[in-house]
Design a protein around this ligand. Structure first.
Ligand code: GAL
Length: 419
């Protein structure tokens, strides 16, 4: 056995003493494809890269720009179908099931079973990470897409209170418009439109309605009067964004809230990564509340690293990456930067900011009431064909004068056709 192989075996057995007393040896190269290119996201990648390199591996970075992970998925598909997949890729839940079913992934049970992942990862997150009963992806976090981020100074200066339902949101927004302040920072990209739309679905219809309409695709929910009301509110929101919203990246919208050119943003807590990066305090400088009417519902998406079935020489690296991702201390360090909360339920909230602490408490409460639901906007709901059908109608509505009833008809028909 070479020194390198001895080192690797020791590492996989978790003999950290050994690792500490040995010089860092080259553990091999791991190519990781991901979609994390904003300031906060890149800082989080660095935490992961450092952790892997500390184990003697070389991280070959394959970043694909474009929020929401859509572009990364396109590049990944092109690479994998050409027979050249990376070692590992950052994805959200639905993609794991698709790649797994297509036979591209390999089991990481060698670390997941001894690590007792089944005991510490909540079921909604775990279910996406297993294919045929075996772990094929390691969850690094849990994000919550249904947040409202608020510039505290703008609200204080104008005597406003965080809105708790959509009527209050409309009242606050009208007041801000009256003062010449853009109420809502928004980036007009389909997944961002859908993020806002799903907040309204939950906020107006409630968690059960969200599940029926968006996850179960129940026809009566999709064609209901409630859905008409959802589009009515979504139309109002269109009036609260600035003229330059079209095509804007989500992090540039977050920057508007950070620098006070807009008062609020409806966005997942990856926005908190930007807030932290800018040196502001989440929960103080930028307030975090559940999107209007969604308190008590925890929409989620997790980021996972799934492992491709590539050469045997990559096996040790994949297992080291998976094991490192699930290390509790690593999950603290990483998620402090990424804006999310740990994927593990057994990590203490004490080292996190107020917004993350709220997220951790809210998730546990929603796990108990069964109101943790995958966010379709963040690739944790429908398979791509249906997801895109939804995105198309939602975005078309936002950018036209389509009536709410027409939108409901179109939405239901597009989903039916995509099934
Ligand atoms: C999500 C991803 C998050 C976040 C966001 C914006 O799909 O899960 O980690 O980075 O996109 O790019």
């Amino acid at each position: 056995m070479t020194r390198t192989r001895i080192y690797l075996s020791a590492l996989l057995l978790g003999v950290s003493q050994f690792a500490l007393t040995q010089p860092v040896l080259a553990g091999g190269d791991i190519e990781v494809l991901h979609g994390w290119t904003s300031g906060g996201e890149a800082a989080a990648v660095q935490v992961l890269k450092d952790a892997l390199e500390a184990q003697g591996y070389t991280w070959t970075d394959m970043p694909v720009a474009g929020g929401g992970g859509g572009n990364a998925q396109t590049v990944l598909r092109a690479r994998a179908t050409a027979g050249n997949p990376p070692t590992a890729a950052q994805v959200n839940g639905v993609a794991i099931q698709e790649w797994g079913a297509a036979g591209f992934l390999r089991s990481i049970d060698d670390v997941a079973v001894p690590g007792k992942w089944d005991d510490v990862i909540p079921a909604p997150v775990r279910n996406f990470a297993k294919v045929n009963g075996e772990w094929v992806a390691a969850p690094v976090n849990i994000h919550r897409p249904n947040w409202l981020w608020i510039n505290a100074k703008i609200f204080a200066d104008n005597g406003l209170k965080p809105p708790t339902n959509w009527d209050e949101f409309n009242t606050v927004s009208e007041a801000l418009l009256g003062k010449g302040i853009t109420p809502l920072a928004h980036g007009g990209q389909n997944w961002q439109d859908e993020t806002v739309f799903e907040d309204v679905v939950v906020g107006i219809g409630g968690p059960d309605f969200y599940r029926k309409a968006i996850l179960d695709l129940d026809e009566s929910a999709l064609k209901s009067d409630t859905m008409v009301k959802v589009f009515d509110e979504f139309r109002k929101i269109r009036g609260y964004v600035d003229d330059g919203f079209s095509g804007r990246d989500w992090n540039l919208a977050t920057a508007m809230v950070i620098n006070g050119t807009a008062a609020m943003q409806l966005m997942g807590d990856w926005a908190k990564g930007e807030i932290v990066k800018a040196g502001l305090v989440p929960g103080k400088d930028i307030l975090c509340v559940a999107a209007p009417g969604t308190e008590g519902t925890f929409l989620f998406n997790s980021d996972y690293f799934m492992m491709f079935n590539v050469g045997d020489d990559k096996r040790a690296g994949e297992l080291a990456l998976a094991k490192g991702i699930m290390d509790p201390d690593f999950q603290v360090k990483f998620n402090q930067v990424k804006g999310s909360i740990p994927a593990r339920l057994d990590v203490s909230p004490e080292d996190f900011d107020a917004c993350a602490q709220k997220s951790m408490a809210d998730m546990k409460a929603s796990l108990a009431t069964g109101t943790v639901y995958g966010a379709n906007s963040a690739n944790t709901g429908q398979p791509p064909a249906i997801q895109n059908a939804m995105f198309d109608v939602v975005t078309e509505f936002f950018n036209s004068d389509m009536s709410s009833q027409d939108a409901v008809n179109k939405f239901a028909a597009a989903i039916e056709a995509a099934k």
